[in-house]
Write a protein that binds this ligand. Structure first.
Ligand code: NAD
Length: 267
């Protein structure tokens, strides 16, 4: 039996990758795709990704897609994800959220939807990065407060949010390892006469340039040694593969908000 998967934001960098992954994965089929008003509505979903025509056109009605699909995958923009979350809430359809940079209100819409729909939300869908989250938490707990923690990330020049959702996830993992809320210790940027680094701070450094898909490092430093845990993404396929895996995993799950650690059986 095949699980039909819809892709909102299907013409984006990730959306196109997800369509390719759905078409290449046993046990699933493409339910359809939507784009923003003014986008390539009506274009064939197969030719969109350089494949043969599928006889399916890009739509602009997410509610209809949520009603007809068994799972919907979303890598779009926060405002769109907020309204897609309401469609998931109304339909109860399994929903996979990859969009990053959500405001508190956007996140509240996703959390509210998880009362009626099973949802996997992750700042990063790669298996390697989810292992990196688990390792970062463990290393932070083991090394203790004498080690300074810095999170470094680099992404392509078109990325619109900073620090990346993955960098924030690494900060959350490190803070969890120390049993503190990230918000109480995070330093998201530094400039000017800011004084010495306070103990316990978790710092972030953001680089942007070229076509870098996503590099992340969690760095631990004391006076005499440095430990660096690094992941470098070589293809968006790793995120698309994880998102499709999450969509399949959600089938038959009760409503709730899940993470990739649940999908992968980590923790
Ligand atoms: P992109 O700009 O290439 O694609 C976004 C797409 O969403 C565009 O095609 C845009 O037209 C579409 N869109 C905007 N509003 C829409 C609407 N109302 N309805 C339907 N479609 C709409 O961006 P991208 O590089 O594909 O990244 C998208 C998001 O995914 C970003 O937030 C990025 O940070 C995140 N991302 C997450 C992961 C992860 O593993 N969680 C990995 C890569 C990217």
């Amino acid at each position: 039996m095949s699980v039909s998967i819809g892709v909102v934001g299907c013409a984006g960098r990730m959306g196109r990758m997800v369509i390719q992954e759905v078409l290449a994965t046993d046990g699933c089929s493409l339910a359809g795709g939507t784009e923003a008003p003014g986008g390539p509505i009506g274009k064939d979903l197969g030719t969109l990704v350089g494949a043969e025509s599928l006889g399916m056109a890009i739509g602009d009605d997410p509610a209809a897609l949520f009603a007809s699909a068994e799972a919907v995958i979303d890598f779009t923009i926060p405002a769109a994800t907020c309204s897609h979350a309401r469609a998931a809430q109304d339909s109860g359809t399994a929903y996979v959220v990859g969009t990053t940079g959500l405001s508190d209100d956007d996140q509240a819409a996703v959390t509210a939807a998880s009362q009626s729909a099973p949802i996997v939300q992750a700042p990063n869908f790669s298996v390697g990065v989810n292992l990196l989250f688990a390792l970062t938490k463990r290393v932070a707990a083991t090394l203790g407060p004498d080690y300074d923690i810095e999170i470094l990330e680099m992404h392509h020049r078109a990325k619109i949010d900073a620090p990346s959702g993955t960098a924030l996830g690494l900060g959350e993992a490190a803070a969890a390892g120390r049993n503190v809320p990230l918000g109480s210790v995070a330093r998201y940027a530094r400039e000017g006469q800011i004084g010495a680094r306070p103990p316990g701070e978790i710092g972030f450094a953001t680089l942007r340039g070229g076509g870098v898909i996503g590099d992340h490092t969690a760095l631990f430093a004391n006076e005499v040694e440095r430990l660096e845990l690094t992941h470098k993404a070589g293809s968006r396929g790793i995120f698309a593969g994880g998102a499709v895996r999450a969509a399949l995993w959600l089938q038959g799950k009760p409503a709730g908000l899940y993470g990739m650690a649940d999908v992968l059986g980590l923790d």
